[in-house]
Design a protein around this ligand. Structure first.
Ligand code: PFF
Length: 466
């Protein structure tokens, strides 16, 4: 892996926040909230962010920073044995599925960018906006081509090695996305009936909290903060040694949650004003926003800018997800060949090149994308299980199962198998941190988080009732 470090502390915050802010905040958070009863979900989500998201993000940064390795080598470096090698493999598999369906939704953003450029989003009504999305998905080939373009674009950025340049560019573009969200919020609150949307977002009806709400909020928290995907471990490895992981985590978490909230504020007033159901699911943002742009002065230009920024945010995220896989494949191939050479007493073993690793990672992503995109076409029944598309399954399996499970194993690893001294040595670097903070951090990692994740998980799959 690269040995370069981030040149400034702000650089780490911006890079990690840039990776964290993506489709999870603007596309997924609003529809998850809509499907889970609004304010009740928001409350549980914020609790999950504080109790799980923050300590887990800190932990992953520390794993990367203390080991100086990407996800593949970090666990063996910290524990001094290969007993944990299966955990990075599980993380890799889960990340391949996430990247696959992430590229499908990135493809949707690209298509909507195209729609806005050619004026297809102009003059839509509540009926026709739904038809536009439906007929796009049902062609089958269009979402397939768009996902393909998303994968190819992301891979070419990686291949050309211009990732850091794009990342820098996105740091200028992200504030623009925030400003656009603010403009949208002002516009949607002027719509008639918008108040019901604000009430839906902020009024917490606790009776709406079910075991599924808690499992969904936990999964969404992991997804949005990029937890249990190995990305944060890699960022940690790039950090300067004197970086304060606690305050970096705080800044990223606040920014990420703020963007999700702003997206909610821009979407729900419009959902209610136009009479949509908040439970529309993944197509929610693509149904509501074109109508809002249609009602704004200069709406077409706004729509172009918005979908362009959203596509860039999505592509930069896809790039870092594929980069993670590439680093994994490369490190795994080096380790595997070295072990084989040792066993067979060979001299210098040949290993995969970086280009070879990119090809492996992109083929894995592309296969998942093709399956996910095709599964949404009505007449391809065999890509559904129990009437649910493989696209939805990919989302559900990762958010509800693999991410919480990987987080659970990581926390057991760090809480129980990494020495107390390692954690204390790291904490000593942060001047002004009170000793009780380290005690609380270790308690959360050793007891609170593992026990609660197991309970939420068993409850979510119906094996235990809270
Ligand atoms: N957290 C991102 C989102 O909310 O869209 C998804 C993500 C991007 C995860 C990049 C991991 C990553 F490396």
């Amino acid at each position: 892996m690269k040995s370069d470090q981030f040149s400034s502390r702000l650089g780490v915050v911006l890079a990690a926040a840039g990776g964290a802010v993506g489709l999870g905040n603007i596309w997924k958070f609003p529809y998850m909230l809509g499907q889970n009863g609004g304010g009740a979900f928001l409350l549980v989500y914020v609790l999950c962010v504080v109790l799980f998201g923050m300590p887990l993000m800190m932990m992953e940064f520390m794993i990367g920073k203390r080991s100086g390795k990407s996800v593949f080598g970090a666990f063996s470096a910290l524990s001094g044995s290969h007993r944990w090698d299966w955990l990075p493999c599980l993380t890799f598999l889960s990340t391949v599925i996430i990247t696959g369906f992430y590229c499908v939704v990135t493809g949707w953003c690209l298509e909507y960018l195209y729609f806005s450029v050619v004026g297809e989003l102009q003059g839509l009504t509540v009926e026709t906006v739904g038809q536009l999305f439906g007929s796009f998905i049902q062609t089958g080939w269009q979402p397939l081509v768009c996902s393909g373009i998303a994968v190819v674009l992301s891979v070419s950025i990686l291949w050309a090695g211009v990732g850091p340049g794009i990342e820098r560019l996105s740091k200028i573009l992200m504030p623009m996305l925030l400003i656009l969200l603010l403009i949208l919020i002002v516009r949607v609150t002027m719509l008639e009936g918008a108040f019901r949307g604000v009430a839906f977002l902020f009024a917490s009806d606790l009776s709406k909290i079910t075991s599924q709400t808690i499992l969904d909020a936990l999964g969404q928290c992991f997804y949005s903060l990029s937890i249990a995907m190995g990305a944060l471990i890699t960022y940690g490895a790039y950090m300067p040694k004197n970086q304060n992981v606690a305050s970096t985590t705080m800044q990223i978490v606040v920014l990420d949650t703020l963007v999700a909230l702003l997206a909610g504020c821009a979407i729900f007033p419009a959902v209610f004003a136009f009479g949509f159901s908040p439970t529309e699911g993944p197509k929610l943002v693509f149904s509501v926003l074109p109508l809002v742009f249609g009602q704004m002065a200069g709406g077409q230009v706004m729509a172009i800018i918005f979908f362009a920024l959203l596509s860039i945010a999505a592509i930069t995220s896809a790039v870092s997800l594929i980069e993670m896989q590439t680093a994994f494949v490369l490190d795994a191939s080096v380790a595997w060949r070295a072990r084989r050479a040792k066993r067979n007493s060979e001299a210098s073993p040949r290993t995969l090149t970086r280009q070879g690793a990119i090809v492996v990672a992109s083929l894995a992503t592309l296969s998942v994308s093709v399956v996910c995109a095709c599964s949404m076409v009505d007449n391809i029944d065999w890509l559904r299980i129990g009437g649910i598309t493989l696209f939805d399954w990919a989302d559900r399996i990762t958010s509800n199962y693999t991410l919480p499970l990987i987080a659970l194993f990581m926390v057991i690893f760090f809480g129980w198998f990494v020495s107390k001294e390692t954690i204390e040595a790291e904490m000593r670097l942060y001047h002004g941190l009170k000793p009780w903070f380290t005690t609380l951090f270790r308690f959360l990692l050793r007891w609170f988080i593992p026990v609660i994740i197991v309970l939420i998980f068993l409850n979510g799959i119906g094996l235990f009732s809270l």
